[in-house]
Design a protein. Structure first.
Length: 310
């Protein structure tokens, strides 16, 4: 089939390459414009762009995909199907309707659960033990279109968003290739979503990573995993910011003020959280420094039981 692929982030790379490897004709990649990055503010391409260039696929980078010029360019390409994966822009109806066999999204959740921009992160933060990938036909709602195929996987204990994303990206590629095959064969019937089962996965803000020590240790540890690597989970010691990189819940202990260090261990330090719960912090990243073992940080900072995080 003739396909226009709309994608930008690393999550989309396995799906893009699998589509080509399955023998489909990808006539163009539509991706985000290059952005300034780093201290030098040099222009850097979105992750999928160099992959497309290496594979000989034409690259389009409209500022807004709904602009009339972009719409006409895509219409002239006459795609049978459009694929969307980690693109980063909302598609207007004029784009959605261009492909007669549908505009398909590869979404990293088991829809209708975790509709929105950050399904991988919020699934971990909310303590899910299972997630997956769903292909769906895009409509004008927020991930509300009818589903095509889905496949589930367990979330491993201790797994972070950085661990889970590439695993789901590879799974998404498999599900997408099967979806395209079954569309060609006329064997796939879209299934409307049950809106009563829907949950949301909103855009993550930097402030979402600020640790509230009055939460349970389990909830704090889930945020450490779900918000790694961005925005990270941060606290402060005195006037200096400290990022908690790895942590796990411990057994409950005697009452102590939330955020207080109650013990030092060979593995790190133990912090009192809400409801008498305890969090063992095993890795941290001090401000403007590299990640390090929490025990080494505690020794260097001369932490002692009774010190308190803000």
């Amino acid at each position: 089939m003739r396909i226009v692929f709309l994608g930008s982030g690393a999550f989309a790379i396995p799906s893009f390459e699998a589509t080509l490897d399955a023998g489909h004709e990808v006539v163009a990649l539509v991706t985000q414009p290059d952005r300034e990055r780093g201290r030098g503010r040099a222009l850097a391409p979105p992750p999928l762009k160099p992959v497309a260039e290496k594979r000989g696929v034409s690259v389009l980078q409209p500022r807004r995909v709904g602009e009339p010029e972009a719409v006409e360019t895509l219409r002239a390409l006459a795609p049978d199907v459009q694929i969307v994966a980690a693109y980063g822009q909302i598609l207007p109806r004029a784009i959605i309707d261009l492909a007669p066999r549908g505009t398909i999204n590869v979404h990293a959740s088991l829809l209708p659960r975790y509709r929105g921009a950050a399904p991988i992160q919020w699934a971990i933060v909310r303590g899910e033990t299972e997630t997956g990938v769903t292909t769906m036909l895009i409509d004008e709602g927020l991930d509300t279109g009818p589903t095509l195929l889905s496949r589930s996987v367990p979330i491993d204990p201790g797994e972070t968003a950085a661990d889970l994303e590439p695993r789901l990206a590879r799974l998404g590629a498999e599900v997408l290739v099967e979806t395209l095959q079954r569309i060609e064969q006329g064997q796939l019937k879209p299934v409307p979503q049950d809106a009563s089962l829907a949950t949301l996965a909103p855009i993550i803000r930097k402030e979402d990573g600020r640790i509230d020590w009055t939460m349970s240790a389990l909830d704090v540890s889930l945020r450490v995993r779900g918000f790694h690597p961005w925005p990270g989970t941060t606290t402060s010691l005195g006037r200096r910011a400290l990022k908690v990189v790895a942590a796990r819940p411990e057994a409950h202990g005697e009452p102590a003020a939330a955020g207080t260090i109650v013990a030092l261990r060979a593995e790190g330090f133990v912090v009192a959280c809400g409801d008498g719960s305890r969090l063992l912090v095993t890795a941290v990243q001090p401000e403007s420094r590299r990640p390090m073992a929490a025990a080494a940080f505690a020794a260097g900072a001369r932490l002692a039981p009774g010190a308190r995080f803000d």
